[in-house]
Design a protein. Structure first.
Length: 306
């Protein structure tokens, strides 16, 4: 039997084993519950055996799952050391260690990459991922060096030590609605206004807004009708077709015949964070320069609507 096991599947198994819950593991990893479940199902297909016992009292590992976890505790740190050794080898040979970027999809993504290039550090790779928690985890594992992502202040845990992080800008949610919608002319709205609304959310596997929106609605005592699209742009298009509500954190990026209404007094408020390891290719001084550059870029993009 040939097994094709991904590192992320092992990390998910490790987190599920620690928390005893797929829901809590998904929250900590910045993934959807269904995304975690699908990853575990792929792992079980690769192994050919169940890896979890699912009981009312919680989730425990099967014998196969315990064996996998024991080896994961060896494999995952070894992968982190491998990346560290490769960077050290490059430095010893007089080469420059490539800066590996991670970022959420955003209108400023291209400019963010240029900010890093302007530092003259090194060539780079780029990973685009919806989940800030996933990007932070990759930094901690030594798989990327710097990330730009959205952090939900009331709902996400702070990045752990030794990851450095600096706030770039506050990001507040807006309801994106057709200009004929009943909320379109409102100066602002609250979650209670969505109780009878149809809401369309982007639903990639690692989209934290999906889970956070449901958490916020439950706390507010509302249950709006929700549909899903496979990307943010598809969500806006579907929302317009259905006369429904979608979300944006970039109100200056306008869509034709759509209005942006601020959503007030909500745990969905966020900040844009830049995170990196101080002992990585950036270090403290280049990291501070990058923070200043990205802040300037973001302010300019908000001002011009770019």
């Amino acid at each position: 039997m040939t097994m094709d096991i991904e590192l992320q599947q092992l990390r998910i198994l490790h987190r599920v084993a620690e928390t005893g819950s797929i829901n809590r593991a998904a929250e900590e990893l910045g993934m959807s519950q269904s995304g975690v479940s699908r990853a575990l199902q792929r792992l079980e297909r690769a192994v050919g055996l169940p890896v979890l016992h699912r009981r009312p009292s919680g989730i425990t590992l099967t014998t196969a799952g315990s064996i996998l976890l024991e080896h994961a505790d060896t494999v995952l740190p070894a992968v982190s050391r491998m990346f560290t050794d490769v960077r050290r080898c490059l430095a010893a040979d007089g080469g420059r260690s490539p800066v590996r970027l991670g970022a959420v999809p955003a209108p400023t993504l291209t400019s963010f990459v240029r900010c890093v290039e302007d530092l003259g550090i090194a060539p780079m790779s780029l990973l685009v991922d919806e989940s800030g928690q996933r990007l932070v985890q990759l930094i901690g594992n030594g798989e990327i060096d710097v990330a730009l992502f959205r952090h939900f202040l009331e709902l996400d845990p702070d990045p752990p030590e030794p990851v450095r992080h600096e706030e770039i800008a506050a990001q507040h949610p807006y309801l994106c609605v057709p200009d004929t919608h009943r909320l379109a002319d409102r100066p602002a709205a609250g979650l209670a206004d969505l109780g009878d609304e149809h809401v369309v959310l982007a639903y990639p596997e690692c989209q934290p807004l999906t889970g956070h929106f449901h958490t916020a609605c439950a706390a507010a005592g509302i249950r709006p009708r929700v549909s899903y699209a496979n990307s943010a742009s598809a969500a806006v298009a579907l929302g317009h077709a259905l006369g429904a509500v979608t979300f944006t954190y970039w109100p200056t990026v306008k869509e034709a015949r759509m209005a942006h209404v601020p959503l007030r007094d909500t745990p969905l408020n966020a900040v844009l964070l830049l995170a990196w390891l101080p002992d990585g290719p950036l270090g403290d001084e280049p990291g501070a320069r990058l923070v200043s550059s990205v802040r300037t870029l973001h302010a300019a993009s908000v001002e011009t609507g770019a």
